[in-house]
Design a protein around this ligand. Structure first.
Ligand SMILES: [Fe+2]
Length: 425
C-alpha cells in the first residue's frame, strides 16, 4: 500500500507543478477576465486549493477550516463566471500561499491514510484521485483561458509524432452485440461512469480517425454554414444569431485559412483533427457528409472494453499511444498513433481532441450520486451533450475509456472535435 501513497504524492506534486506553470504570468494576466465564459486564472488557482481543503482536510482529515471567510468565493455554484472578477478574490501571491498551505496538510492526511479503510472517500485513496483529477481538469480549463487571452508566449509547445499515410479503410465496422459500458472497478472513476451495465448495440460503422481540419474545410467551402439543410433548428438559430462561418480561432485571408493558436497565427493544418467546433457544427458536418455523430455507447464500445483503447496500461509508454498531458499544445495529425488503436482498429480515441457524441448527459441505470450531487447529478437531462476521450490538454490520470465529459452544444472554447459514424444499411 506504500506504493499507492507514493504514487499519489508524486501525482499531487506533478499536478501542482502544472498549475503553477500555467499561472506563471504577470498579475494582470492572472486577474483579468479574458472571456466571459471563463474565470480569471487566479480564481482557478485558489479554487483547486479550496476544493482540496474541503474534501481532503475537512471531510477526511477532520481539520478545521483554514480560511472559512473565503469559501463562498471559490464555490463554483455560488457566482457565475462572468461575476468572478468583481469578487474580492485572493491576489495571485495570496492564492499561491493559500494553496501551498493546504497542500502541506494534505500530505499529512495522506501519510495517515489507510487505503484499506472501507469508507468510500478513503478506500483506494479515492479522495486523492478526486482532487488530482479536479486540479488537472482546471489546468485544462486554464489552457482554454490562455488560448482565449490571444497572448503569445504563455503556453509551451512541443514535438509530436508525424501523421500516417491515409487509411485504406477510413471506417471501421463494429459488429452487433452486447458490451459492458461504464465501470465498477476503476478506483478513481466518478459516479457518472458507474455502474458497469450491459448494453446491446446493432452493428455500426465509425471513423478510424477524428475528422480533420482538411475534411472540415470542405464543408466550410461547400457553403455548409449557409445551408439550413445541415443544421438542427436550434443549431441554425445559433448560426444566424452569431454569424459563425468557421471553427473558433479560424480566419480566412484570400485563399488561405489561418488559425490562432496561443497567440500566434499559423496556416490551418489539414491533417490535424479539427478542434474548437461546437456540437451543432459537428452535427451539421456529419449530416452534410451523409453520416451522423456516434452515440456515447458506440464510442465506448469502439474502445474495446479496456481502461485505455490499447489496454489497461497506464502512462508508462503513453508517448507512443496517445497525445495526452500537453506534450505539445495541439492535436497530433491523424495516423500518428497506430499503437494506440483499439482492438477494433479505431485510432486516436483517447487524446488529441474531446469528441462530441450524439448523447445527452444522462445517468446510467443504477446511478448513485457520490460524493456530492453537484458533481454530476445536477447536470443530467437534455441540456448537455457528452464528450469522450480527452484532448491533448487532458492529463492521462484524468481520462479513460469510461470517462464522461459534458458541455452545452454551443461551446467552442474547449478542445473539442468529433468523428462520424453510420448505422449498418
Ligand atoms: Fe472545480
Amino acid at each position: 500500500m506504500t506504493g499507492l501513497k507514493d504514487r499519489i504524492a508524486a501525482e499531487l506534486a506533478a499536478v501542482r507543478e502544472r498549475s503553477l506553470a500555467y499561472t506563471d504570468a504577470d498579475d494582470d494576466v492572472l486577474t483579468r477576465q479574458h472571456s466571459s465564459l471563463m474565470s480569471p486564472l487566479v480564481w482557478d488557482l485558489a479554487h483547486v486549493g479550496n476544493y482540496e481543503e474541503l474534501w481532503v482536510l475537512r471531510e477526511v482529515g477532520g481539520i478545521e477550516p483554514l480560511r472559512p471567510e473565503i469559501d463562498h468565493l471559490y464555490d463554483a455554484f455560488k457566482y457565475p463566471r462572468a461575476d468572478r472578477p468583481s469578487l474580492p478574490l485572493l491576489t495571485p501571491a495570496e492564492a499561491r500561499k493559500y494553496i501551498s498551505g493546504v497542500r502541506g496538510r494534505v500530505l499529512d492526511v495522506l501519510d495517515r491514510l489507510d487505503p484499506a479503510d472501507p469508507d468510500p472517500l478513503r478506500a483506494g485513496g479515492f479522495v486523492f484521485g478526486l482532487v488530482l483529477q479536479h486540479e488537472h481538469q482546471h489546468d485544462e480549463t486554464m489552457l482554454a483561458t490562455l488560448q482565449l487571452s490571444r497572448r503569445p508566449g504563455l503556453v509551451r509547445d512541443g514535438e509530436l509524432p508525424p501523421g500516417g499515410a491515409p487509411a485504406a479503410d477510413p471506417e471501421v465496422h463494429i459488429p452487433a452485440g452486447i458490451f459492458s459500458m461504464g465501470t465498477d472497478t476503476v478506483a478513481w472513476a466518478y459516479d457518472n461512469e458507474r455502474p458497469a451495465h450491459r448494453r446491446h448495440l446493432p452493428g455500426f460503422w465509425i471513423d478510424r480517425h477524428p475528422v480533420t481540419c482538411g475534411a472540415y474545410l470542405r464543408f466550410v467551402e461547400d457553403g455548409g454554414y449557409r445551408d439550413p439543410r445541415w443544421w438542427l433548428p436550434q443549431g441554425w438559430e445559433w448560426v444566424e444569431r452569431t454569424g459563425v462561418d468557421a471553427p473558433l480561432f479560424w480566419t480566412r485571408d484570400g485563399d488561405i485559412w489561418w488559425r490562432l493558436r496561443f497567440g500566434r497565427e499559423e496556416p490551418v493544418p489539414p491533417d490535424e483533427p479539427v478542434q474548437h467546433v461546437s456540437w451543432y457544427e459537428a452535427d451539421a458536418y456529419a449530416r452534410w457528409a451523409g453520416r451522423r455523430l456516434p452515440t456515447e455507447a458506440e464510442w465506448e464500445k469502439a474502445c474495446g472494453g479496456r481502461e485505455y483503447p490499447w489496454g489497461d496500461a497506464g502512462p508508462a509508454d503513453l508517448a507512443y499511444r496517445a497525445n495526452l498531458g500537453h506534450r505539445a499544445a495541439r492535436p497530433a495529425p491523424v495516423g500518428a498513433y497506430p499503437k494506440g488503436a483499439s482492438p477494433y482498429g479505431v485510432e486516436q480515441l483517447v487524446g488529441d481532441v474531446w469528441e462530441w457524441t450524439d448523447s445527452w448527459f444522462q445517468p446510467y441505470p443504477g446511478f448513485r450520486s457520490f460524493p456530492y450531487k453537484e458533481y454530476s447529478e445536477v447536470f443530467f437531462g437534455e441540456t448537455y451533450r457528452v464528450l469522450r476521450g480527452g484532448s491533448w490538454a487532458t492529463h492521462p490520470s484524468a481520462v479513460r475509456t469510461t470517462f464522461r465529459n459534458w458541455d452545452l452544444p454551443i461551446r467552442r472554447q474547449i478542445f473539442a472535435g468529433f468523428r462520424c459514424a453510420r448505422s449498418e444499411d
